[in-house]
Design a binder for this molecule. Structure first.
Ligand SMILES: Cc1cc2nc3c(=O)[nH]c(=O)nc-3n(C[C@H](O)[C@H](O)[C@H](O)COP(=O)(O)OP(=O)(O)OC[C@H]3O[C@@H](n4cnc5c(N)ncnc54)[C@H](O)[C@@H]3O)c2cc1C
Length: 499
């Protein structure tokens, strides 16, 4: 039996492992951390569970191809799905604006707030509605499609393509400026910081959300990943946790011995690197097999920015039924990073719908504070001074509590900081380069990439995972893991089984 060694036990590595087992390969997953799931995870603090990932998952809608794929890997089968009524509520100067799931309600609620923006609201909602026909292509990657399949795919994009093109040409700010009412402008502009970020970052998530394609699996991110681990093991897959790969022996265009930090050594007919590309290209391959597509992107962060966040977990002695699940509220210039522009909004998500995430009568809340290229460099430098790093984390936690008390005075005395994760946390646990946990973020000048994962000069090693199809995310990790096995099936002359 042909053996596959998979480096990395995130969603891509697990997907590759499950499809490897389903297609008659013998596989082993080598994971650096003591638990699998990678960035799709959660952690416990002081009786609370902090969900570290899923804010919305594309593929929860029954009957879609992507949903079938999630079911095949055991991630969603039999799992209850929570459908929040609004993607996010944004407060501005006494006005609360909702991005409702029901697009008619979304449109009429915005019209009520700002009748003078009627035309712009109508245009935005019309375009978002067109995205409802979008379905992630999951059957085959483009390179394995025959001409008829390619034509069918192109045809399936006839409504979606023009919308993506239209919003791919304007920035988030330019989209916001189409509206006259300051609350509407602010709600849209607050999706991304100032800069060249393409307005796709606004319309695409709203398209999948209002089209009922993305919701939240109850039980959270870690439980989802653990179901995939169980599925993988049930198919005969082997997991080697706490096994960080540190060396690849290369002989005649082939990877031979794979050595882990714990001293264990593995060998396989094929090797799938389902880890961060920097780990592969620079760490394991020591820069000897550079990839021009990735190099271009890493060398040009203006057009291809990396994205991460500061993630603050708060425990609240109370319930929050009346407060929208995700709420962005203005704050009085919170200084997140010293000597940089203070932030003017905080975005919080509460998990009141998850009874097991907090002690009875309590609620766990998370704050995601976006961090992009310059901030990632700041954290990379700061982490070298452990005391200063830890002090900054504590200070940020307290800043968040102060801002919460100002917005929700009745919560005073009932809030505590559970945890503050920074971009460096993702680097430490997942080897994520500079802490970036999504692929290169879409900008006006950045070109899209669909990488097959091949490493020029090496016959039995491929890259898989979210970085192959920016902007990444869980569905891309799932699909690329599966696609990698599809290509290996072709290479080894097997008929691919979807399971
Ligand atoms: C706060 C947060 C919120 C998010 N929200 C969403 C969301 O709402 N929806 C969504 O779709 N996505 C979301 N994401 C993104 C999502 O988590 C990622 O896109 C996805 O998990 C990436 O999966 P992956 O398998 O490609 O990579 P990873 O999860 O990075 O997996 C790579 C694995 O490889 C391991 N590894 C690295 N180097 C080595 C080595 N040398 N040896 C062995 N193992 C190694 C790592 O430890 C890791 O487990 C979020 C992420 C975060 C952090």
């Amino acid at each position: 039996m042909k053996k596959i060694v998979i480096i990395g036990g995130g969603i891509a590595g697990l997907s590759a492992g499950i499809f490897a087992q389903l297609n008659g390969f013998d596989s082993v997953i080598l994971e650096k951390h003591h638990t699998l799931g990678g960035e799709c995870t959660g952690w416990d603090r002081e009786g609370y569970h902090i969900d570290g990932c899923i804010h919305w998952l594309v593929g929860t809608k029954e009957g879609t191809g992507i949903r079938r794929l999630w079911d095949t890997v055991g991630a969603l089968e039999g799992v209850e799905i929570y459908h929040p009524e609004s993607f996010m509520a944004v407060e501005h100067d006494g006005v609360t604006l909702h991005f409702y799931r029901d697009l008619d309600r979304f449109e009429s609620s915005w019209m009520k707030i700002s009748p003078e923006d009627g035309e712009a609201i109508e245009e935005l909602c019309k375009d978002i509605r067109k995205l409802h026909s979008f379905s992630l292509p999951v059957d085959k990657p483009m390179d394995l499609m025959n001409p008829i399949e390619k034509l069918k795919f192109i045809f399936s994009m006839k409504d979606v393509g023009p919308v993506m093109q239209k919003y791919g040409k304007i920035s988030v700010r330019e989209l916001a400026e189409k509206f006259k009412h300051p609350a509407l402008r602010e709600a849209i502009a607050s999706f991304m910081p100032e800069g060249e970020y393409s307005a796709i970052s606004v319309v695409f998530p709203l398209g999948t959300f209002t089209g009922n394609q993305s919701s939240i699996p109850l039980g959270g991110s870690k439980a989802l990943a653990m179901r995939m681990v169980e599925k993988y093991k049930s198919l005969g897959g082997t997991v080697e946790a706490s096994s960080e790969v540190v060396d690849l022996e290369i002989k005649e265009n082939t990877v031979g011995r794979i050595t882990c930090k714990n001293g264990k050594v593995f060998e396989g007919d094929y090797v799938i690197a389902a880890c961060d590309p920097k780990v592969l290209y620079e760490g394991l391959l020591k820069g000897r097999y550079p990839d021009p597509e990735f190099q271009k992107r890493y060398n040009n962060p203006e057009s291809y920015p990396l994205a991460s966040n500061i993630y603050v977990g708060i425990g609240y002695e109370g319930t929050m039924e009346e407060i929208p699940r995700t709420l962005k509220f203005p704050v009085d210039s919170v200084q997140i990073i010293q000597n940089r522009k203070p932030i003017e909004h905080l975005q919080m998500t509460h998990y009141g719908y998850e009874p097991d995430f907090a002690p009875e009568g309590h609620t766990v809340i998370t704050f995601a504070i976006n961090q992009f290229q310059p901030e990632l460099e700041y954290w990379e430098a700061l982490v070298k001074d452990r005391a200063a790093y830890s002090q900054e984390k504590d200070r940020i936690g307290e800043e968040v509590i102060t801002a919460m008390k100002a917005r929700f005075p009745s919560m005073a005395g009932k809030l505590k900081v559970l945890d503050v994760a920074t971009p460096q946390t993702y680097n430490r646990y997942c080897n994520a380069y500079r802490g970036a946990f999504m692929g290169f973020w879409p900008t006006l000048s950045g070109k899209s990439m669909a990488h097959r994962g091949n490493i020029k000069g090496l016959d039995n090693l491929v890259l898989s995972g979210q970085w192959l199809q920016p902007p990444g995310g869980l569905p891309v990790a799932l699909i690329t893991g599966k696609d990698t096995i599809m290509r290996l099936c072709k290479k080894t002359k097997r008929t691919f089984s979807q399971g």
